[in-house]
Design a protein around this ligand. Structure first.
Ligand code: ADP
Ligand code: MG
Length: 283
């Protein structure tokens, strides 16, 4: 029997109210994450990735479906209960925009210590742990007294990741954690995530780029227009994608591409565009 999932999303629907009417952003999405597992969620811009992440941490209210975090049914939680859950540090969320994840007026040390102090840990333990996590994300202690505005983009994102992990959460949702970084920093951040996987924390790694996720994830779920169209072991999804849209993603990931796959994916793209109204872009 597989262990109880640390995160389970079942038949989740999310609607947004907009001036032009309601937008059905997620349709019947189910996703299960086992303890310590790294699950990649991929899909293009507008497919609903951030909506899923935000629903899982209580920032978006689903219109249907169920969410359980570490065995607790949280779907009907009120804002106050969500805040309490987040404070307990069981589930953490790294925002797409690293600038939004950090308070501009807190130093690196204060930012990292804050979630520990909120948890009620003694100051001395918090300070020690902050230093340990700074080392784990391979940042120098001299950065402790800096403000986010005094860090490079890559350093800032490492601080954000350290902050999410410092409470040793059961599950961390990383929403496009490397998209804002340049190529060199992206590679470093991916290496970092790979090394952190071993700590027993489950990661949900969201990206529009299959190439970034393929090397890190145990499993990959493919989100297309608000629906999970494929979910399987990472290797199977990359090597033998079943859904036309996944084949398209595999074909367009530069690091995975071969000339043959290129030709095949162009053919499939054309077929896909003929059979559906086209791939929706962010509206
Ligand atoms: P992704 O993260 O995959 O780019 P999102 O989850 O951000 O996708 O968005 C999914 C769809 O929902 C998009 O069409 C987007 O424009 C729409 N959307 C996202 N947030 C809101 C919101 N707060 N209000 C209305 N529509 C939204
Ligand atoms: Mg997004």
């Amino acid at each position: 029997m597989s262990p109880e999932p640390v995160l389970a999303v079942t038949d989740l629907d999310v609607h947004y109210r907009r001036r032009q009417g309601r937008l059905h952003a997620l349709r019947g999405v189910s996703l299960s994450v086992a303890p310590g597992e790294t699950v990649g969620v991929i899909g293009e811009t507008g497919s609903g990735k951030s909506t899923l992440a935000r629903a899982v941490v209580g920032l978006v209210r689903p219109s249907a479906g169920r969410i359980t975090v570490a065995g607790a049914e949280v779907t009907a939680f009120r804002a106050r209960q969500w805040r309490a859950l987040r404070r307990r540090g069981i589930v953490q969320y790294v925002f797409q925009d690293p600038l939004r994840s950090l308070d501009p007026d807190l130093t690196v040390e204060e930012s990292l210590a804050e979630p520990l102090l909120i948890q009620g840990r003694p100051r001395r333990e918090a300070v020690e742990r902050v230093r340990a996590y700074l080392a784990r994300v391979r940042l120098d202690e001299e950065l402790l007294s800096r403000l986010p505005g005094e860090l490079s983009g890559g350093q800032r994102q490492r601080v954000t990741i350290a902050r999410a992990l410092v409470t040793e959460p059961r599950v961390v949702i990383l929403d496009e954690p490397v998209s804002a970084l340049d190529a060199a920093n992206r590679v470093k951040a991916l290496e970092l995530l790979t090394s952190l996987r071993d700590a027993g924390t489950a990661l949900v790694f969201i990206s529009h780029d299959l190439g970034s996720v393929a090397g890190v994830a145990d499993r990959i779920a493919v989100l297309y227009r608000g629906e999970i169209v494929e979910d399987g072991p990472a290797r199977a999804v990359v090597n033998t994608p079943r859904h036309a849209y996944t084949r398209l993603l595999v074909g367009s990931a530069p690091t995975l591409r071969s000339a043959r796959a290129d030709r095949a994916s162009r053919r499939r793209l054309r077929a896909l565009l003929r059979t559906e109204e086209g791939i929706r872009h962010d509206v």
